[in-house]
Design a protein around this ligand. Structure first.
Ligand SMILES: [Zn+2]
Length: 117
């Protein structure tokens, strides 16, 4: 194990976040199911409402899924002892950055470079 950050603290946060996301994805399954198109049950306006809500729920589910994948990867790196180091350049990720989001896999420089491409 390398580095001087409190890996255990971040590991706990990652596991907790993973549980939260899993729970919210479960809860969101119903709202992300196909929109009810039965006109006799829902009016045109409320149907559009439902479709909008569905789109939002799907977008949220996609984001949650991506975060979940990142957290899994971060937990893998806890196991391998690489947690806290950039996956791209192997430089240390600042503790401040990890505290803001424990699932970050890249240092600030690489994250910025990736955004620009
Ligand atoms: Zn980097």
């Amino acid at each position: 194990m390398r580095g001087d950050i409190d890996i255990h603290f971040f590991e706990q946060r990652l596991n907790k976040r993973l549980e939260e996301i899993t729970a919210s994805l479960e809860a969101g399954k119903n709202s992300a199911s196909p929109v009810e198109l039965d006109q006799s049950r829902v009016g045109r306006v409320s149907r559009m409402d439902a479709m909008q809500q569905q789109a939002m729920a799907q977008a949220a589910a996609r984001l949650a899924g991506a975060e979940k994948a990142r957290i899994r990867k971060a937990l893998d790196r806890v196991q391998s002892g690489d947690y806290g180091y950039c996956m791209n350049c192997d430089e240390k990720i600042t503790e401040k950055r990890l505290r803001f989001d424990p699932s970050v896999l890249f240092c600030i420089d690489c994250a910025r470079a990736a955004e620009q491409t």
